[in-house]
Design a protein around this ligand. Structure first.
Ligand code: BTN
Length: 258
């Protein structure tokens, strides 16, 4: 089971992991983090579990969370950020995690807009960002990260893979956690200060799986089809529609057609 002191020893962060809550089994680390955040937990509080019995994904989907995965939630309290400015955060965190994975395993995951990580066309990791707001101001954010690390793909949903399966051997979970927290913290603190993705855009677009592809995007009330050009400084996906017009998509689910 995860141990607070062991994690603390391996961390190179300033804020992330100042408070750590470890569990052998929970419903969802997101729910625990929400409870802690609403009773005033400090920024960087980490909630981590070996197993989640009710892991949550985006679009109210469930997230398979057996033993061998990195399942954690971080509490962020970016007082200066409004809901609008938050739009760049998911893809930024995806970039930070992609860099952390590359550092520790030497494989380079790609970012599937807005915040999934893929390798060999299979999903390796997902990010869930939930927030509590007062009017348009963000009170706190719960950043949920799920990475399939040492799990055999037969125990994962169709279309998913794990680092162990791709690398061919087990990966140190504690070293990976420490590296990923270090990368997310560094990028997040810069983003919090400048409130723009501009300094990260080159890297994001280089690792983007969808840029330059024909895509179908499922929006809340319709679907659109077109050519994904790139990701903009607010984290939006610029799509050139078949009639030649460009549209910036701020949320939705992308299917790559070619
Ligand atoms: C997605 O791709 O749909 C997002 C998946 C996010 C999963 C993580 S695992 C840790 C945290 N707790 C949860 O219940 N979900 C997130």
């Amino acid at each position: 089971m995860w141990q607070v002191e062991e994690i603390k020893k391996s961390l190179k962060t300033k804020i992330f992991g100042r408070q750590i809550h470890c569990f052998e089994e929970v419903g969802s680390t997101q729910d625990i983090a929400h409870t802690l955040a609403s009773s005033g937990a400090i920024e960087g509080t980490l909630v981590i579990a070996d197993v989640q019995t009710e892991g949550k994904g985006r679009f109210l989907r469930s997230w398979a969370s057996p033993k061998g995965g990195l399942w954690f939630s971080l509490i962020l309290t970016p007082t200066l950020i409004s809901l609008n400015q938050l739009s760049g955060l998911p893809i930024l965190v995806a970039l930070s995690i992609a860099k952390g994975i590359k550092d520790k395993t030497n494989i380079q995951p790609l970012i599937k807009w807005p915040n999934d990580l893929y390798f060999n066309k299979k999903k390796l990791a997902g990010i869930l960002i939930e927030s509590a707001t007062i009017e348009v101001a963000v009170k706190y954010i719960i950043l949920g990260v799920g990475i399939n690390v040492n799990i055999d793909s037969t125990h994962l949903p169709f279309g998913a893979t794990s680092l162990m399966n791709e690398v061919g051997k087990e990966v140190s979970m504690i070293e990976l956690l420490a590296k990923i927290l270090e990368k997310i913290e560094k990028d997040y603190l810069k983003f919090k200060k400048t409130q723009t993705l501009l300094p990260f855009l080159k890297e994001i677009n280089e690792l983007s799986l969808v840029s330059g592809k024909e895509v179908k995007v499922k929006l809340p009330n319709k679907s659109i089809q077109g050519y994904a050009i790139s990701i903009d400084e607010h984290g939006g996906l610029i799509v050139k529609l078949d009639d030649g017009q460009s549209q910036i998509i701020t949320s939705g689910e992308v299917k790559i057609l070619s």
